[in-house]
Unconditional design. Sequence first.
Lengths: 176, 155
Amino acid sequence: MWPPPFQSFFVWVSTLPGSQYLREDAPSFFGTFLTLHVLSMCLFLGLVFMMDLRLLGVAHLDTSVTQIQKRLFPWQLVGAIVMSVSGLILFYAQPVLYWGKGFYWVKMLVAMPLALANLLVFHFTTYRSVGAWDTDASPPFGAKLAGILSIVLWITVLSFGRLVAYDWWTIVEQVK
Amino acid sequence: MSLLPFFKWMEGLAVYRSSIYLGPGVNLVHLVSMCTFMGALLMVDLRLLGTGLTNQPVKQVARTAQPWLIAGLIGLTLTGVPALMATATMQYASQVFWFKMYVLAFAVIFTFTVRRAVAASDEGRVSPVLGKLVALVSIVAWMAVAAGGRLIMYL
């Protein structure tokens, strides 16, 4: 498991057109794209948290759950798209760096899939009966569970992403 | 009068000396607070722009978002101050840091005066154009603060 597998694939990505240019010859690239990543995270995670707090029964109680879900969803989606695209481009520019980052692997292969699975499970189980509890100030246990799991898992995704910037759990490979 | 001695004094306190995990930990709480703050802020600003929770009056959205806006801001302040103290002389020398602080001062004042008054007013008392303008100023100012924070390391 560690050192991580597929090193040759990450090295190959680093040789694709533009990757080396972004990494070495575009001085404002990292600042610009990390900023885009953070600002779109504010939009996405901020509105996801607001929805989760409604599911927990602690915020926006005079708004129905379906209203919160439907009205915030387009903006959460905009945030998610910009975040994913900026993240992909950041990865494309320095794949070998991320290959050697333990926190990156756990973020992408554990934390993010779990956060998305929680969202899907909730959508296809508890949320199906939303008509029965849409306006309740205190939604049923399944909804509260999905809300707290969402908050915890997305904070984990954010944290692992941020921790990539430090030297911990890192293999440094020099690839030109 | 230069603030440099004050910044040197802050850095001299070495607030992070007790643990190497303190700096990153404080940073993570700062980011989570930022997301909470931005979520509460955008709920209201989007509503002022005529999207988001359009079934509710602006006033009501603003009232229910308020505790989370304040909680986020408190978290941001409690974590932002030690983060500044730990690297004060580097921050002092950074133009982006000062840009962030000036925009932050404007954004805080704007949010708790003009924006607060507009968001708390009854439907129809404030022209929709003014509401939209206030929302845009709020979004741009706070996003500039967030961008500034991220860019201190890069510019």
